[in-house]
Design a protein around this ligand. Structure first.
Ligand SMILES: [Zn+2]
Length: 123
């Protein structure tokens, strides 16, 4: 069994894997000129419900993916750089000299980086 999207009503419908049906049964019946029974109408409203559930599921998994990547970003920001311990004081000094806001027309980035480098030196 697979879920396909009906070419006529754009709603999902379940078909057997081998079936070549491109539209749901009620749509097919309508196209053939058959009258729709109560169960056909029930089928359509269920398909409608199913569709909104699918949409909600898509939105939810998108949100989950976003949240996971945000968590990942937060985690990487939180990590104390493991390499900081291996930075020699001389190297740190060079970095501070290179990043100094005076040399970068007081850019926000260089101010921020210098601040962090100075904090690392204190450790
Ligand atoms: Zn249909």
């Amino acid at each position: 069994m697979t879920v396909s999207i009906c070419v006529s009503c754009k709603l999902p419908f379940v078909k057997t894997t081998r079936s070549r049906m491109t539209e749901c049964l009620p749509c097919w019946k309508q196209a053939q000129g058959y009258d729709l029974t109560k169960s056909d109408i029930a089928h359509q409203s269920l398909a409608d419900e199913f569709n909104s559930t699918l949409e909600a599921q898509k939105t939810m998994s998108k949100t989950i993916t976003q949240l996971l990547s945000e968590i990942q970003t937060l985690k990487s920001h939180n990590q104390t750089p493991t390499s900081s311990t291996s930075l020699s004081p001389e190297f740190l000094k060079s970095l501070i000299m290179l990043c100094h806001p005076d040399k970068h027309s007081n850019s926000t980035l260089s101010t921020e980086v210098t601040k962090q480098l100075l904090a690392m030196r204190k450790k």
